[in-house]
Ligand binder design. Structure first.
Ligand SMILES: Cc1ncc(COP(=O)(O)O)c(C=O)c1O
Length: 451
């Protein structure tokens, strides 16, 4: 059994003191699930202010791709900081050009691309939407139920993984129509191929009855749906979307904010299916923790943006570009392959775990973007949300940081540098946590309640 690294009650005394101060002055809107108060981190390990050590399989919501404070990334940031902290997007600097050149070489588009620089995922999505509108002259968009693209008014118009993200903010940007994301575990449509059914729904229902296809600027989709439940689309779905877009002159935008930069064992998740978008959004893992986002678009598209059409103050910040270049070096050289290899090992361990625990409905994902959906029972597939929340809280108390997604899915998105011993430790802590929860408070786990 893994030795416990938790030496105080959680939250410990120093954490409690900070939480009390925070409650008075920091916005209560953040969706914080349990009281982890960070002191420092190294690789996949983090310590709280009371000296407790945790294994971090949340990685700052899939951001710390190279692990916490990777020396090469820290060095690159320090070197950049010694030169200058900021110059603004009104000027030029080598780091920004180098990063755009790097994307030109790496992108899945198989033709020249250009990049726009942002600070976050949502800002990248906003820019992608504006670009699509600008170049097509069309005002409508199609998004997916369960999708998450951010919380500003344009991206929020698509975001639909939890209704709390929408509640109180209507109206967001108009013109977005949602369609189901294909889900083979919970099929909505008759027939085996949920991907084909969604494509038919768009063309044979939506375009015929409600949304004129020649008014649609773009379809925005996550190649693997993240916050919505770590859903991997059926083979052929993204290729079908690509064909549909080509037929109707609609741009295809892949939101790779969570799935990109090596997380799934390929540089971009869409490469698992060999399908290229017209526009791609990136953020999260790109900067190893530094706030950077990018919109990467075919040059034939982005070069249509005229001077002043879109911009910002901080885009291409030199520290962020330096962090991203160092991150890409590490991911290309080592961590993309590691994510594929350790991801396979992790998936095997999760499948063995699922075989032992009937509350696991499905494990799915690619590379180190893995989800474990919890259900009240396998036949009924009723989502075990209370159990999922309790498990994640218990895992925290046992020294493992996790987050959920969808209704009742535990998601695993550790740094890409983890090894098999880290996976073994996580599985051990997960098993212990699940057994403790099942043994104690949760009737849902025993099938008595369903919510
Ligand atoms: C796929 C996807 N797009 C966009 C975003 C928004 O990113 P940010 O929180 O940096 O605005 C997220 C965040 O989780 C995401 O997962």
């Amino acid at each position: 059994m893994t030795k416990s690294h938790i030496h105080t009650d959680l939250p410990g005394p120093k954490a409690r003191e900070l939480l009390a101060r925070d409650a008075l002055v920091v916005s209560p809107s953040y969706p914080r699930d349990y009281p982890f108060v960070m002191s420092h981190g190294k690789g996949a390990e983090v310590w709280d202010v009371d000296g407790n050590r945790f294994l971090d399989f949340a990685a700052g919501i899939a951001v710390c791709s190279t692990g916490h404070s990777h020396p090469a990334v820290v060095r690159a940031i320090k070197d950049a900081a010694d030169r200058f902290l900021h110059i603004s997007s009104d000027y030029w600097h080598a780091g920004q050009v180098e990063l755009a050149e790097r994307m030109n070489a790496l992108s899945p588009m198989k033709e020249p691309v250009m990049s726009f620089f942002a600070q976050s995922g949502t800002e990248s999505v906003e820019a992608a939407l504006k670009l699509a509108r600008y170049v097509t002259g069309r005002g409508r968009f199609i998004g997916f139920l369960g999708g998450f693209h951010g919380r500003t008014m344009g991206s929020l118009a698509f975001t639909s993984s939890k209704y709390t993200q929408q509640k109180g903010f209507f109206p967001a940007m108009p013109g977005v129509t949602h369609v189901p994301y294909p889900n083979n575990y919970r099929p909505l449509f008759a027939g085996g191929d949920q991907g084909r059914a969604v494509l038919r729904y768009i063309e044979e229902v939506l375009f015929v009855h409600n949304v004129p296809s020649n008014e649609v600027a773009a379809i925005l989709v996550e190649p693997i749906q993240g916050e919505g439940g770590y859903l991997v689309p059926p083979d052929g779905f993204l290729a079908g979307l690509r064909e549909l877009c080509n037929r109707h002159g609609i741009l295809l935008i892949f939101d790779e904010v969570q799935s990109g930069v090596g997380r799934t064992g390929k540089m971009f998740a869409c490469e698992h299916w060999g399908v290229a978008p017209d526009i791609m959004t990136l953020a999260k893992g790109l900067g190893s923790g530094m706030p950077i986002g990018m919109v990467v678009a075919k040059r034939s598209i982005m070069q249509k943006w005229s001077r002043g059409a879109h911009g910002n103050t901080y885009g291409g910040n030199p520290l962020c570009c330096a962090a991203a270049l160092a991150t890409l070096d590490l991911v290309e050289r080592e961590y993309r392959a590691n994510a594929a290899k350790i991801g396979d090992y992790f998936m095997e361990q999760l499948q063995l775990f699922a075989a032992k625990h009937s509350v696991v409905g499905e494990v799915r994902g690619k590379g180190l973007m893995l989800g474990m959906e919890l259900v009240v029972d396998r036949a009924g597939k009723v989502p075990a949300k209370t159990l999922c929340d309790a498990l994640i809280t218990r895992a925290f108390h046992n020294g493992l940081l996790l987050l959920s997604c969808g209704l009742s899915t535990v998601r695993f998105m550790p740094p890409l540098m983890i090894d098999e011993a880290d996976v073994d430790e996580a599985i051990e802590l997960l098993g212990r946590s699940l057994e403790e929860v099942l043994a104690t408070e949760h009737p849902i786990a025993r099938g008595i309640a369903t919510a």
